[in-house]
Design a binder for this molecule. Structure first.
Ligand code: SF4
Ligand code: SF4
Length: 67
């Protein structure tokens, strides 16, 4: 099991990570950052493989993966 963190102020809610996660466990949540973007969050953390694909595809380097 792994988990991710999303740095709210770096995320622009572009949804690239939500579409690329093989487990489909990243969604755009209801929390808005100071720029008005709804930020990504992980759901079903227990299904995360730690593959880091989400971190690699994020154009703003907003995601960190912890194994
Ligand atoms: S890819 Fe990065 S910027 Fe885009 S929604 Fe995911 S965390 Fe946010
Ligand atoms: S590390 Fe892999 S499985 Fe976990 S949230 Fe990111 S893309 Fe999905």
């Amino acid at each position: 099991m792994a988990k991710i963190t999303v740095t709210a102020e770096l995320c622009k809610g572009c949804e690239i990570c939500t579409t690329q996660c093989p487990k489909k466990i990243i969604v755009i949540g209801d929390v808005t950052n100071s720029k008005g973007y709804k930020i990504a969050k992980q759901i079903n953390e227990e299904n995360c493989t730690g593959c880091k694909l989400c971190a690699i595809v994020c154009p703003d380097a907003a995601i960190e993966v912890y194994k």
